[in-house]
Design a protein around this ligand. Sequence first.
Ligand SMILES: [Zn+2]
Ligand SMILES: [Zn+2]
Length: 136
Amino acid sequence: MSECVKHRKSLDTWEAFERLIDVIWLGSGGLPCDKDGKYKNDVLHVQTCESCKAWIEEKVPTEIKKRTERLKKYCCPVMFGAVEESRDGELNLKLMNFQGDPVWAVRNFDHLGSNLLFSYCPWCGSKLPNKPFIET
Ligand SMILES: [Zn+2]
Ligand SMILES: [Zn+2]
C-alpha cells in the first residue's frame, strides 16, 4: 500500500475527520486539538502532499470553499467574522462614510455602547483598506 493510501485510509476511519475536514484542509502543521496525536502524521501528510491535498479538497463541501475564498481576502478570520458573520450582540464592523472619508466603524455601536473608528485591525494589527475587503 502506498504512503498516500495508508494515510487516507487511516483518516477515513477517524470519526472526527468529516467535522474537522476544513480545519485540516486550511491548516498546516497538524491539528492543534488532536490530543493523543494519533492522526497527527496522517494530517501532516495530507497537508503537505500535493495529491492528498487534492483528495481532501474534493471532500470539502462547496459552501465551506466559498466561505474560505471570502475569508482569505480579509486580513484575518476574526475581521471576516466581525464584518460578514456577526450575530446579534456581537461586534459588527462596517465601512462607513465619515465626513467624506471611508472609515471602519462599529455598526451596532449604540447596542454595544461604543463608537470606535478603526484604521487598523483590532485583532491582527493590519492597516485596514479604505474600501471593502471584497468589492461587490
Ligand atoms: Zn499523499
Ligand atoms: Zn485582522
